[in-house]
Ligand binder design. Structure first.
Ligand code: FES
Ligand code: MG
Length: 599
C-alpha cells in the first residue's frame, strides 16, 4: 500500500509570538508566572531555549496503559510521534488521560467516554499546548478525544493505534468480539465446554492492538480518517506493522505544521466532513455505536447532525467492506486491501464524497486519488457490493422518537421469519417480551413461562444513559436455548441501550427517549402486540391512545420508571446532566462551550 504523504510545506499563518504556549513560557508582562512555569517544566531536563525560542509545544494525549491494553502500544508509538515532532521543530509533551478499556470497565466503558472527554478538555484548555496528537484506538477513546478537540479547537490530529493481527483457530479467522457471540451459541448447543469457549475467544486476540473486526474501534478510527482528523491511510494499519510506527512519525511531523497553518478542528470537521463520515460508515458496515459518538462530536463542534441525517445521507450507500461481523475478513485483510483510502476512492468515483479539508491540508478525495482496492474479496466495487443498502434506518413511533436499525445484517433466515409476509412486506407484528435490564433478561430468558416463540419481539429497557449509567451494550439478546436448538439464532430485539459493534444482530437500538426519562418503552407490557414497519420506519405498541395515556399517568403516579442506584460519584453526576443516545449522550451543559482556546 502506498505511503501516506506527510503533507504540503506549511504556509505559516501564525508567527512564533502568536503561539498559545507563549502566554505561559515567554510572557515578560507576567514574569512571575512565566518564571514559575518555566522552572518547573525544566526540572526534567528541558532547556530554557526549547521553551522560549518560539517552538510549538505539542501534546501527546496518551490513552495507553496496562489497564487499557487495546491502546497500550501507544506508549511505544509515542516515541515515534516524538521523533516527528522534534524533527519538525516542536517540543513534545506527553501526558496521560483518563483510561478507557471497552470490555473490562464496569458497568460499561461508555460511562467513561464523557469522563475522558472532560479530562482532555481540561488539559488542552489549561496547559501550554499549541497542538495535540490524540492516541485513538479502543472504542470510546476515539470519540472522546475528538469531542475534546472539537470543544477546545486547537490544532489536533488523531493517531489510530490500529487493529490486532488476525485471530486464527484451527485454520479459520476468529474476530475479536464477534467470536464471542458464536462461541456462546456453540456452548449453549453443547458443542464446546467452558475451556473450549475461553480458548476459542482468546484466539481472536493474537497481538497488540484494538479489535480486529469491524467493531466500534475499527469503525470509529475509520470515521476519524473519513472526517479528516488523521493522515490518509492511518486507520487500518495493524498495530504491530512497521507502517504503524512510520505513521506515528509522520503524524508527529504533521501536527507541527498544522500549528503553523492554524489548521484547527472546526476547519476540518464541517458538515461536509460529517456527511463523508456517514457515507464511509455505511460502506464499511460500521458499528451502531457510530451515530451516538459522531452526533456527539458534531454537537461539540456546533454542526447540526441527527439520526435522520444518518438515514438520509447513509442508508442507500452499499456495503463494500467484507469484514466480520457483517462479512468474513479481519483487520489485516482490510489494510492489505487498501483500508479507508480504497473505500473512499470507490465512493469518490460515484460522487458520494463531499469536498472537505483533512489534516494534511488536502481534501479527502484528493488524498485517496490513486488508491484502489487491492483485494476485491475484501473491498468490493461500488457496483458489486456485499449488500445494496448498508446504512441505518431511523425509526419512530409511540415506542420512541428515534431508534436505529442496521438492516444490512439481517440474515435471509431472519428476513423469512419476520419480513416476508406477502400481504405486509417489510413489516411485522409480534408479541412483546419485556425485560428490565440485563439481570432480568439473564434470569428469565430461558423461562418456558414466557412462551417466547420464533415470532416474538424481545425488548430490554432501563439500559439507556440514565437507566444503566452510560447505556449498556445489551440489546442484542439471544433467543432461549430451546429456540437456538431448533435453529433460531436471532429474534427481533429492541431496546433503549446499545449493542456491541462486533455483534451482527439486526436489533432496533439506541431508543430515545429511554425508559428512565419516560420514553414509550416504559409503558410497554409483556404480551402487548407491537408493530414494526421498516417501509414506514415506524415502531408502535398496538394499543389505543387512551390506554397509552392511562399507562403514562399510572407510571407518573408510581414515581416514574425505576432503575438501580448509582454505585460511584461519576455515575450520579453524569446521570444528572447526560442527554439521550439519539442526541449523542453528551453532557448537556458542556455543549455551550465551543472554541474555548480563544477565551
Ligand atoms: Fe478495546 Fe475492542 S475492546 S478495541
Ligand atoms: Mg463495544
Amino acid at each position: 500500500m502506498a505511503k501516506a504523504p506527510a503533507g504540503k510545506k506549511p504556509v505559516r499563518k501564525i508567527k512564533p509570538e502568536q503561539l498559545r504556549s507563549k502566554a505561559w513560557f515567554d510572557n515578560p508582562a507576567n514574569a512571575d508566572m512565566t518564571a514559575l512555569y518555566i522552572e518547573r517544566t525544566m526540572n526534567f531536563g528541558l532547556s530554557r531555549d526549547e521553551l522560549q525560542s518560539g517552538r510549538p509545544i505539542i501534546g501527546i494525549a496518551q490513552t495507553g496503559s496496562d489497564i487499557a491494553p487495546c491502546n497500550r502500544h501507544h506508549i511505544e508509538l509515542a516515541h515515534r510521534v516524538r521523533d516527528g515532532i522534534r524533527e519538525r521543530g516542536g517540543v513534545p509533551f506527553e501526558f496521560p488521560i483518563h483510561p478507557i478499556q471497552e470490555t473490562c470497565k464496569r458497568p460499561t466503558a461508555s460511562l467513561d467516554r464523557n469522563l475522558q472527554y472532560l479530562s482532555l478538555v481540561e488539559i488542552l484548555y489549561g496547559y501550554p499546548l499549541d497542538g495535540v496528537v490524540l492516541t485513538t484506538g479502543c472504542d470510546k477513546t476515539t470519540p472522546a478525544q475528538l469531542m475534546a478537540a472539537a470543544t477546545v479547537d486547537i490544532p489536533a490530529i488523531a493517531l489510530p493505534g490500529g487493529p490486532m493481527l488476525n485471530g486464527n483457530f484451527r485454520g479459520e479467522r476468529t474476530g475479536s468480539g464477534t467470536i464471542v457471540w458464536k462461541a456462546r451459541q456453540m456452548m449453549a448447543a453443547g458443542e464446546i465446554d467452558y475451556k473450549g469457549f475461553v480458548d476459542l475467544v482468546a484466539s481472536s486476540a493474537p497481538s497488540a492492538g484494538h479489535c480486529n473486526t469491524m467493531g466500534t474501534a475499527t469503525t470509529m478510527n475509520s470515521i476519524a480518517e473519513a472526517l479528516g482528523m488523521t493522515l490518509p491511510g492511518a486507520a487500518a494499519i495493524p498495530a504491530p506493522y512497521r507502517d504503524r510506527y512510520e505513521m506515528a512519525y509522520l503524524t508527529g511531523l504533521r501536527i507541527v505544521d498544522m500549528v503553523w497553518e492554524n489548521l484547527i478542528p472546526s476547519k476540518i470537521m464541517t458538515r461536509e466532513a460529517f456527511e463523508n463520515a456517514i457515507v464511509v460508515n455505511s460502506a464499511i458496515g460500521g458499528s451502531t455505536n457510530a451515530p451516538i459518538s459522531v452526533n456527539a462530536i458534531a454537537k461539540h463542534i456546533g454542526v447540526p447532525l441527527d439520526n435522520e441525517d444518518w438515514t438520509a445521507v447513509g442508508y442507500d450507500i452499499p456495503l463494500l467492506v467484507n469484514l466480520q461481523p457483517a462479512g468474513e475478513y479481519l483487520g489485516e485483510d482490510y489494510y492489505r486491501a487498501g483500508g479507508v483510502p480504497a473505500v473512499v476512492s470507490e465512493l469518490v468515483a460515484k460522487g458520494k464524497i463531499k469536498p472537505a479539508i483533512t489534516a494534511n491540508g488536502k481534501t479527502l478525495a484528493e488524498n485517496c486519488e490513486g488508491f484502489f482496492a487491492e483485494d476485491r474479496r475484501v473491498i468490493k466495487a461500488y457496483d458489486e457490493p456485499m449488500k445494496a443498502q448498508s446504512g441505518f434506518l431511523n425509526l419512530r413511533g409511540n415506542l420512541f422518537d428515534s431508534a436505529i436499525m442496521k438492516t444490512s445484517v439481517i440474515t435471509p433466515e431472519f428476513r423469512k421469519r419476520y419480513l416476508e409476509n406477502p400481504k405486509d412486506p417489510m413489516a411485522f407484528e409480534g408479541k412483546a417480551i419485556v425485560f428490565d435490564g440485563p439481570e432480568d433478561y439473564h434470569h428469565r430468558i430461558d423461562d418456558p413461562a414466557l412462551a417466547i416463540d420464533e415470532h416474538s419481539i424481545l425488548f430490554i429497557r432501563g439500559v439507556g444513559p440514565i437507566g444503566y449509567p452510560g447505556a449498556a451494550e445489551v440489546v442484542n439478546m439471544r433467543p432461549p436455548d430451546y429456540l437456538i436448538k431448533k435453529g433460531v439464532t436471532a429474534l427481533a430485539c429492541v431496546g433503549d441501550g446499545r449493542q456491541s459493534g462486533t455483534s451482527g444482530s439486526p436489533s432496533i437500538l439506541n431508543a430515545s427517549p429511554e425508559a428512565a426519562t419516560g420514553g414509550g418503552l416504559a409503558l410497554l407490557k409483556t404480551g402487548d402486540k407491537v408493530r414494526i414497519d421498516l417501509n414506514k420506519r415506524s415502531a408502535d405498541i398496538l394499543i389505543s391512545d387512551k390506554e397509552l395515556e392511562e399507562r403514562r399517568a399510572a407510571l407518573k403516579a408510581a414515581g416514574g420508571y425505576k432503575y438501580p442506584k448509582s454505585q460511584t460519584p461519576w455515575q450520579e453526576i453524569q446521570r444528572k446532566i447526560v442527554g439521550e443516545l439519539s442526541e449523542g449522550m453528551v453532557l448537556k451543559p458542556a455543549v455551550k462551550y465551543q472554541k474555548i482556546h480563544k477565551k
